[in-house]
Structures are given as structure tokens and as C-alpha cells.
Design a protein around this ligand. Structure first.
Ligand SMILES: Cc1cc2nc3c(=O)[nH]c(=O)nc-3n(C[C@H](O)[C@H](O)[C@H](O)COP(=O)(O)O)c2cc1C
Length: 395
């Protein structure tokens, strides 16, 4: 198969390989999907101000995040249930990240044991924490993550309840998760029309449990996720407790406003992710790129600021860095690759974003990531709670 030219090519391949319910689980967002669309569209609203005739010989792409060196400023963010997209999905993505010199973040809601995922990567791996099952269950997972060598804990704070992903329900998720023959049979056409995926899914053990959420009666079942999330919403008090359990760096994911950014710093975070969960939680919040300058300005360099949401091209990464992010995370961009072609598909997604990034820096006339700043972009006047110029030079 020819190399994919862009992330949309991987998305199309994923759509061809996956049953509708799985593709839409990756691709969809909450409610009317306004925030999902806005995350991508916001990058189109920001335009470049290149410096021409200063083409640098080579562009320095590497950076550090929480002391770990990255080949370029990209992290593969937590994507739950990746094992549904391709057999061995989580270790495959972790392997591709490590081989590319990047960090992989494993979701609590993964279908693979956290120890196996850490062992698969040659690079740093972070663990994303939900409190599913309560503090005792989380405490056991944190201890396992520490023993396995995870280097940071990512606490997601935007999921007090699962967002209403309408596509999931229209595709029969409720029937399918019952695992009872009759309700499942009603939706069998979408699985039978994807025999390649179905064979891999069955070989890999079928509908999974979550081996990192170990309840008194064993690993949590897939069907119990919604209720478990609702019973285990993270609040600021929990963050104090988590701080006592984990003596490494804590990253708080799901910050939208200056107020929450300051609370996260006070709660002991070393880094924040400006994130709206890729438009999968509260629909109607603004694009992450749009709120980034507000958050950057609020924390005034006390912690590292990361961003996710809508990154599909290397030029999107550049725009986020110009507006003050140290690094970005991607979710769907690599999930499409994983679904399209396993580890190789994830490597494709990484290659696409890296090549784009180098080309964009050269076209912009910027010799290295560290020299990107607000002077390289224009943002719409209506955005300006904080002007990019006020962000000053990146350090
Ligand atoms: C299929 C899917 C599953 C996700 N699962 C999780 C999760 O388990 N934990 C979490 O913190 N974020 C999760 N996210 C959100 C991502 O970490 C990230 O915030 C989001 O995908 C960024 O937007 P993007 O997909 O446009 O890059 C998930 C996203 C997708 C697409």
C-alpha cells in the first residue's frame, strides 16, 4: 500500500478496516460535536507570518518535557480501548512511540497490562489515571505503574461522567455490550462486513476487560465503564491524595481556564494539558488552541503547558508552540494509524507529523522549535483575551 500522505489518508483506511461502531468510537465526539469540529477549525483561524530568505540549513526539532528528551514535541496521548482498533493495540503504539523517540501515555481504560505496555517501549511511558473502582483500586494501579517504571502520572479531570457520544448509541453500543446473542445479532452486519478486523479481534480474545482496574472480583468488564467513571469523578481533594501516593511528576489533563490552571499548580502539578478530551466530553467549550494563551499567561512559567485537540498536521504543532505550548499530544491522529495498520500505521502517523513539522519550520524561516514564538502567527482579534505578543519569547 502506498505511504499515506496525511492523517486524513490514515483516517480513510481506518474507516475501511473497522466496523462502524469502532470507527465512530474513535472519530466521534459528544452531543452535536461542535467542540470536536472547533478543535480542528481553530488551527485554520491562526495564520503564519513567515520570515523569508532566511532558510536554515537544518531544523532542531528535539525538546524536553518533564526532563525527558523527545525527538520532536509530540506525545501519543491516552486513548482508551486501543486494543479494539488492532490486536495488541497499546503495546504496538508504545513500541512505535519509543522507536520514534517519543513518549506514550497509557490510558487506565486499556486492554493490556500496564507492565506489558511499559516493556514494549524503548522510551518513557506515562500512566493516565482514572479513579475507576475507587481509591484502593487506583492505589494498586499507581503502585504497579511505579514498579513498572512509568515516569509520570497523568490525571484526567474532565470526566466526572462520560460525554454523550451519540454515534456510539446509534451504532448499537448498548446492545453490543450486553454480549447476549440476540441483541448483538441485530448489529452483526457491521462486524461481518469487516472480516479482517473480526478475525484479529477474536484471535486477540474478543471483548476485553480492563486489566489495570482490578476490582475485588477481578478486572473490570467493558460494559461497566460508564457507571465506574460516574462513581469516581476526580476532585481537587483527590489530587492531594494522589500527590501522597505518587512521588514522581503529575500532569493534570483537561484544563480549559486560567482558574483551573492555577488550582492545578496549587495542587502540585508539574505540567498541565490544555485539553477538552478531543471534544468527547462537554460539548460547547472552545477549541483548546483558543484557550491556550489564557492558560499560559495564568501559570507564568511555573509548570510546563501541553496541549491536545485537533492536531492533524505538523503545522498545527507549530501553531500550538507559537501560542505557548511546550509540546502537543495527539489522540485520533495516531489512533487512525493504529486502526489502519497496527504499529506500522502508528509509525506512519508519526512520520507524517514529523516531516510536516520540518517542512513548516523551513517555510516559516525558523531554525528550531525553541525559537518559535507569537511573532510567527496572527490570531483573530476576537480571540484576544491575551495577545500572543504578550507571551514574549519562548525560553
Ligand atoms: C478513542 C479515544 C479514546 C480516548 N480515551 C481517553 C482516555 O482513556 N483517557 C483520557 O484522558 N483521554 C482519552 N481520550 C482523549 C485523548 O487523550 C485526547 O485528549 C484527545 O484525543 C485529543 O484530541 P485529538 O483526538 O483531536 O488529538 C480519548 C480520545 C479518543 C479519540
Amino acid at each position: 500500500m502506498p505511504h499515506a500522505l496525511n492523517i486524513e489518508d490514515l483516517r480513510r483506511r481506518a474507516r475501511r478496516r473497522l466496523p462502524r461502531v469502532v470507527f465512530d468510537y474513535i472519530d466521534g465526539g459528544a452531543d452535536g460535536e461542535v467542540t470536536l469540529r472547533e478543535n480542528c477549525r481553530a488551527f485554520e483561524d491562526v495564520t503564519f507570518r513567515p520570515r523569508c530568505a532566511v532558510v536554515p540549513g537544518s531544523c532542531g526539532l528535539d525538546t524536553t518535557v518533564l526532563g525527558s528528551r523527545l525527538a520532536f514535541p509530540l506525545i501519543l496521548g491516552p486513548v482508551g480501548s486501543s486494543r479494539l482498533f488492532h490486536p495488541g493495540g497499546e503495546p504496538a503504539a508504545a513500541r512505535a512511540a519509543g522507536a520514534a523517540g517519543l513518549i506514550y501515555v497509557l490510558s487506565t481504560l486499556s486492554g493490556s497490562r500496564l507492565e506489558d505496555v511499559k516493556a514494549a517501549s524503548s522510551g518513557p511511558v506515562w500512566y493516565q489515571l482514572y479513579l475507576c473502582g475507587g481509591r484502593d483500586v487506583a492505589s494498586a494501579a499507581i503502585a504497579r505503574a511505579r514498579a513498572a517504571g512509568y515516569s509520570a502520572l497523568v490525571v484526567t479531570i474532565d470526566t466526572p461522567v462520560a460525554g454523550l457520544r451519540e454515534r456510539d448509541f446509534r451504532n448499537g453500543i448498548t446492545d453490543i455490550l450486553t454480549r447476549r446473542p440476540l441483541p448483538v445479532l441485530r448489529h452483526s452486519a457491521q462486524f461481518l462486513s469487516r472480516p479482517g478486523w473480526l478475525a484479529g479481534f477474536l484471535r486477540d480474545g474478543g471483548l476485553m476487560r480492563f486489566p489495570n482496574i482490578v476490582l475485588p472480583d477481578g478486572p473490570m468488564a467493558y460494559a461497566d465503564v460508564g457507571a465506574a467513571l460516574e462513581q469516581s469523578a476526580v476532585c481537587w481533594d483527590d489530587l492531594r491524595w494522589i500527590r501522597e501516593q505518587w512521588n514522581g511528576p503529575i500532569v493534570i489533563k483537561g484544563v480549559h481556564t486560567a482558574d483551573d490552571a492555577r488550582r492545578a499548580v496549587d495542587a502540585g502539578a508539574e505540567a498541565l494539558v490544555v485539553s477538552n478530551h478531543g471534544g468527547r466530553q462537554l460539548d460547547g467549550v472552545p477549541a483548546t488552541l483558543r484557550v491556550l494563551p489564557e492558560v499560559v499567561s495564568a501559570v507564568a512559567g511555573q509548570v510546563e503547558i501541553l496541549l491536545d485537540g485537533g492536531i492533524r498536521r505538523g503545522s498545527d504543532i507549530v501553531k500550538a508552540l507559537c501560542l505557548g505550548a511546550r509540546c502537543v499530544l495527539v489522540g485520533r491522529a495516531y489512533a487512525y494509524g493504529l486502526a489502519a495498520g497496527g504499529e506500522e500505521g502508528v509509525s506512519d502517523a508519526i512520520r507524517i507529523l514529523r516531516t510536516d513539522l520540518t517542512r513548516t519550520l523551513k517555510l516559516l524561516g525558523c531554525p528550531s522549535m525553541s525559537e518559535l514564538n507569537g511573532a510567527f502567527v496572527d490570531v483573530p482579534a476576537a480571540w484576544a483575551r491575551v495577545s500572543p505578543a504578550a507571551l514574549g519569547e519562548r525560553t
